[in-house]
Design a protein around this ligand. Sequence first.
Ligand code: SAM
Length: 223
Amino acid sequence: SDSHFPIPVSPSQVDYSVHYPQLFPSPDKFDGSKSIEFADVGCGFGGLLISLSTVFPESLMIGMELRDKVTEYVKERILALRASNPGQYENISVVRTNSMKYIPNYFEKGQLTKMFFLFPDPHFKEKNHRRRVINLHLLDEYAYVLREGGIIYTMTDVEELGVWMNSCLKGHPLFEAVTKEELEADPVVKLLSTATEEGQKWRMLNLVPWNSGPSCPFGQEGG
Ligand code: SAM
């Protein structure tokens, strides 16, 4: 249950020295000059983080994972990579949390440039649709923590879920589809088809990065 993992009361309470010790040797040294930019929501075994780490060595990234054992595995995996590749993989970390509840505890308004939702659990039954990690209510939160122009990447091999995620994003006033040209030019898109464990196993049926639009009316319309 939630009581089994600590939850920061606000993004300023996230201890970067725990996650990125080489970059932030002590909690006191954290001056907010660099903050987490990418969130891999439901990161599973961390394959995407590990691939992104070397493609964007200057960006801090975090995986958010609900399962305790999986989170511990990802932690170990990152530590092992750091040990065998000194100076590398210092920009990635993982946290055990329920992303459906605590995203705003981790990220400030406009902080993130990319959010990943790769192969989320499909929750087929209608009564469980509210448990899907992409829904209209949660998109409000994601738009809040994303920077203007920030991108949400979704990917699934479940057609029904792909249709659902697309229709939520299409129906949300703060998101618009990125153009085909942008999609083709994005190095992340190429990486996505191979980086995640399930991505290696499944043919991709749906890959839709969405842009948070140029006007972000939070504060004007009350969110
Ligand atoms: N993204 C990974 C990939 O593409 O290989 C893992 C996909 S796996 C099907 C979905 C993951 O989301 C699981 O590891 C699950 O524990 C995690 N998850 C489900 N609900 C979550 C939540 N509310 N918060 C954080 N993680 C969650």
